[in-house]
Design a protein around this ligand. Structure first.
Ligand code: AMP
Ligand code: MG
Length: 346
């Protein structure tokens, strides 16, 4: 299949300024799958009501079929098409964080979406992305659009159209290139079917931000303890992994440099994931400067590009600094731990 490619300027947010999106919207209405930018990462969209479209998403990604997809909408009114009851906490969260990087899990109205979208669960995850291109495209289709990250399953999520091309060129109908995404990590997934909301996946909206508007918010125990079964099916899979083994190092710069030298003496090519503050310290074969430690948002926005860059550099082993578990640091550490298969050197 030849993948179509459209370039749009996300800085122009009037409907009439996106004529190119009409072709993309038409393909989505014909149950083809199209990648598009959101404020978190690029999504691979397909009609959430169509078995055919959703099958194409799973096939293009190589995604396990028990991992449900997040449904993207452009207007809050669409919600009642596939959700029966909206609890008060969900309403407050939507009021504050939509459009934005927050996915809300609600009880699903059976038969209103493809069963493949929800992986047969009684609940559905829904979000309204905060990106003019995404919103415009969703609006033009008039459909609920299922959209997981537009990468091959297991690989780092795409934050640029080029990343989507690397993984999915020839496997999908089209790619809308709207430039680099902003937040850089996926949405926070919060379960609102329980009295106290529970974070199933940390992401762009922090626990602190959620608590500021709805009071107590819990963390799925599986986020802290690997022995627990996660409530979010996708969280059990290894994700985001670069080709070379990645080790997180809970230690000083000196300890990391010592590790680099040991591996180099064994003849290995060593990559290091560091930050602006520490970049001049290391003598590695490949160094990726991933934002500023003092501003964790900058780390989040480049973490996936960092993980992908080591594949291109063809290093044999990667060491990464760790980050504080506060604010968006929670999401960064969650993704790094998964990418590392939980390998941590203390
Ligand atoms: P992705 O589409 O790759 O961003 O991943 C979506 C994440 O949301 C995965 O971890 C899914 O397992 C999770 N998710 C989607 N729908 C549900 C649901 N109904 N209940 C729990 N987790 C969900
Ligand atoms: Mg994903």
């Amino acid at each position: 299949m030849r993948t179509k490619y459209w370039i749009v300027d996300k800085n122009v947010d009037k409907l009439e300024n996106f004529p190119q999106l009409q072709e993309a919207a038409d393909l989505l209405r014909k149950n083809e799958v199209v990648a598009f930018p959101t404020e978190t990462v690029y999504g691979l969209g397909g009609n959430a009501q169509s078995d055919e479209a959703v099958e194409k998403i799973f096939a293009a990604k190589g995604r396990p079929s028990d991992n449900p997809l997040i449904v993207h909408i452009a207007k809050k009114e669409q919600l009642t098409d596939f959700v029966d009851h909206i609890p008060q906490t969900a309403n407050i969260l939507m009021e504050h964080f939509w459009p934005g990087p927050l996915t809300i899990i609600l009880t699903y109205k059976e038969g209103t979406l493809s069963q493949k979208t929800t992986a047969g669960l009684m609940t559905v995850g829904i979000r309204m992305p905060d990106h003019p291109v995404a919103l415009n495209l969703l609006e033009q289709t008039g459909l609920p659009i299922a959209a997981p990250s537009a990468n091959r399953s297991g690989k780092p999520s795409p934050t640029m159209a080029q990343h989507v091309k690397e993984d999915l060129d020839g496997r999908i109908a089209g790619i809308v290139d709207g430039g680099p995404t902003g937040v850089g990590v996926e949405s926070t997934v919060v379960d609102c079917t329980t009295e106290v909301p529970v974070i199933l996946r940390p992401g762009g909206v922090t626990k602190e931000q959620l608590e500021a508007v709805v009071g107590e918010v819990l963390l799925d125990p599986a986020l802290k303890d690997q022995k627990e079964t996660p409530k979010s099916p996708g969280m059990k899979y290894r994700h985001y992994a670069p080709d070379a083994p990645l080790y997180l190092v809970d230690g000083t710069k000196e300890q990391i440099q010592a590790l680099i030298e040991e591996r180099q003496q064994e003849g290995l090519k060593v990559g290091v994931l560091t930050t602006e503050e520490n970049q001049h310290f290391y003598k590695a074969d490949d160094l990726y400067v991933c934002g500023r430690r003092s501003q964790l948002e900058t780390v989040a926005s480049s973490i996936y590009a960092a993980l992908r860059s080591f594949d291109r550099a063809q290093v044999d082993i990667i060491y990464s600094e760790i980050f504080p578990n506060t604010g968006v640091g929670n999401a960064i550490m969650n993704r790094l731990l998964k990418a590392a298969g939980h390998k941590m050197i203390k």
